[in-house]
Design a binder for this molecule. Structure first.
Ligand SMILES: NC(=O)C1=CN([C@@H]2O[C@H](COP(=O)(O)OP(=O)(O)OC[C@H]3O[C@@H](n4cnc5c(N)ncnc54)[C@H](OP(=O)(O)O)[C@@H]3O)[C@@H](O)[C@H]2O)C=CC1
Ligand SMILES: O=C(O)[C@@H]1CCC=N1
Length: 283
């Protein structure tokens, strides 16, 4: 059996933000045919499904019967519902699955053990934590495999996420930390961008100017780290002239204990992933 992702039929169980990010990324990289992708939700939001169909040419459904068919026909089922909806979703999937299929979960905190426990069967399960930058091929995904995942299936899952960004294979126990760092990470970056732009506007710039400067600053800084291979701390020191403007700004951040707050925030996100995961299947 071929391992190549382009030949696989993929059913996304959950048609929200992350499912759309993955679909858009796969299609943009020509790693999937629209006709092989189905996006499934609970049926209440049919306008959302129609938009997805029109935009990407994929198959969509919120109707229980055709959802079942799409799941049964799929090689890969991507579980992309919120943690609170996982148990219901997995119980719906349970009678439809067979052991030749593979479950790929993107759900924060949901362990392989919990998935296997709810399904009451030992399916190949891939637990991942992607992020929304997968939309444009710049995703960062952490990934772990259950024992049942064959080498072939691992290659398929790796190819899927490598086509839309970088993939890091980790011990499953690290995936909650991955969630805190890179799963939620884009939101921290957007938040900083919002603040930088707002400060520029407060200083007298028009919004567009402040935004242009902010975006280029983030792009340039990330590229500097990647292309020079230098440590961010060294690059920071090169910006910071003795007793100059940057030092003055960093002193204010230290006064507000920014580093400590930021560190706590990331670890809190990881803890939250564990908390959410622990509630699944415990009703
Ligand atoms: N957003 C992000 O940046 C990331 C999210 N994740 C994970 O992805 C998962 C989804 O997040 P996100 O996309 O943001 O959430 P959204 O709320 O945007 O999407 C959730 C989707 O799940 C659907 N759904 C819920 N229950 C069912 C069901 N029983 N059958 C079929 N579909 C169902 C919803 O359908 P309906 O509209 O009909 O209710 C909706 O389409 C979460 O577990 C999260 O941890 C992982 C990495 C990044
Ligand atoms: O906020 C969340 O719970 C999800 C998981 C990672 C990013 N978004």
């Amino acid at each position: 059996m071929s391992a190549s992702i382009i030949e696989k039929r993929i059913a996304f169980y959950g048609a929200g933000s992350i499912a759309e990010a993955l679909v858009r990324g796969l299609l943009a990289k020509q790693k999937a045919w629209p006709g092989n992708l189905s996006l499934l939700n609970r049926g209440g939001k049919s306008e959302r499904l129609q938009n997805l169909r029109t935009t990407y040419g994929v198959r969509v459904s919120g109707n229980p019967e055709s959802k079942q068919r799409f799941v049964q026909e799929a090689d890969l089922i991507v579980l992309a519902v919120k943690p609170v909806d996982c148990e219901t979703a997995l119980l719906e999937l349970k009678p439809l699955l067979n052991e030749n299929q593979m479950i790929v979960s993107v759900v924060a905190g949901l362990t392989i053990e919990t998935i296997e426990g709810i399904l009451e069967m030992s399916m190949p399960v891939v637990r991942t934590m992607p992020n929304t930058s997968s939309t444009i091929g710049f995703g960062a995904t952490g990934i772990a495999f259950s024992e049942r995942v064959t080498d072939h299936q691992q290659q398929t899952a790796l190819e899927m996420f490598e086509s839309i960004g970088t993939v890091t294979v980790v011990e499953e126990s690290l995936l909650n930390v991955v969630t805190g760092v890179s799963g939620s990470g884009p939101a921290y970056v957007y938040f900083l961008m919002e603040q930088l732009t707002a400060a520029g506007v407060q200083g007298g710039m028009d919004e567009e100017t402040a935004r242009t400067l902010t975006v280029q600053t983030f792009l340039g800084a990330a590229q500097m780290v990647q292309l020079t291979g230098e440590d961010p701390a060294d690059l920071r020191r090169k910006v910071t002239s003795p007793n100059g403007t940057t030092q003055a700004a960093l002193d204010v951040l230290a006064e507000y204990r920014f580093a400590e707050g930021f560190n706590r925030a990331v670890l809190r996100a990881s803890e939250r992933a564990a908390e959410m995961g622990a509630t699944i299947g415990r009703k």
